[in-house]
Design a protein around this ligand. Structure first.
Ligand SMILES: [Zn+2]
Length: 95
C-alpha cells in the first residue's frame, strides 16, 4: 500500500469553509427510520476542525441504509398471492 496516501485517509480539506481540515471521528448518528428516531453510536463522520461541519462517512451510510432496509439484498420474486377475501360482514352475531 502506498504510504503517501495515509495522510489523506484521515484528514480532508473542508469544502464548507475552505480553510479547515476535516478529521475522521466517531459520532452518534441520529436518523429517522419511518416514525422512529434511532441513534447509531460510534458512527464514522468527518468533522471540520475550523467550522465544525459534519459529513457522515458515505460508505458507512451506505452500509447503514442496507442494515435499516429489511428488503435490501433480498431477491425479488414475483409472487402470485391470492389474498383471502374478507368474510361477509352481514352475519349477525348471536344476540
Ligand atoms: Zn470547515
Amino acid at each position: 500500500m502506498p504510504t503517501h496516501l495515509i495522510e489523506s485517509l484521515d484528514s480532508q480539506p473542508c469544502q464548507k469553509c475552505q480553510g479547515g481540515r476535516k478529521h475522521l471521528q466517531t459520532v452518534t448518528l441520529m436518523t429517522w427510520l419511518g416514525d422512529d428516531l434511532i441513534t447509531v453510536p460510534d458512527f464514522p463522520a468527518w468533522i471540520c476542525d475550523l467550522c465544525g461541519h459534519r459529513l457522515y462517512d458515505s460508505e458507512a451510510l451506505a452500509q447503514l441504509s442496507l442494515l435499516l432496509n429489511p428488503d435490501a439484498g433480498t431477491p425479488i420474486h414475483p409472487r402470485v398471492q391470492h389474498l383471502p377475501k374478507k368474510p361477509p360482514a352481514n352475519i349477525n352475531p348471536p344476540a
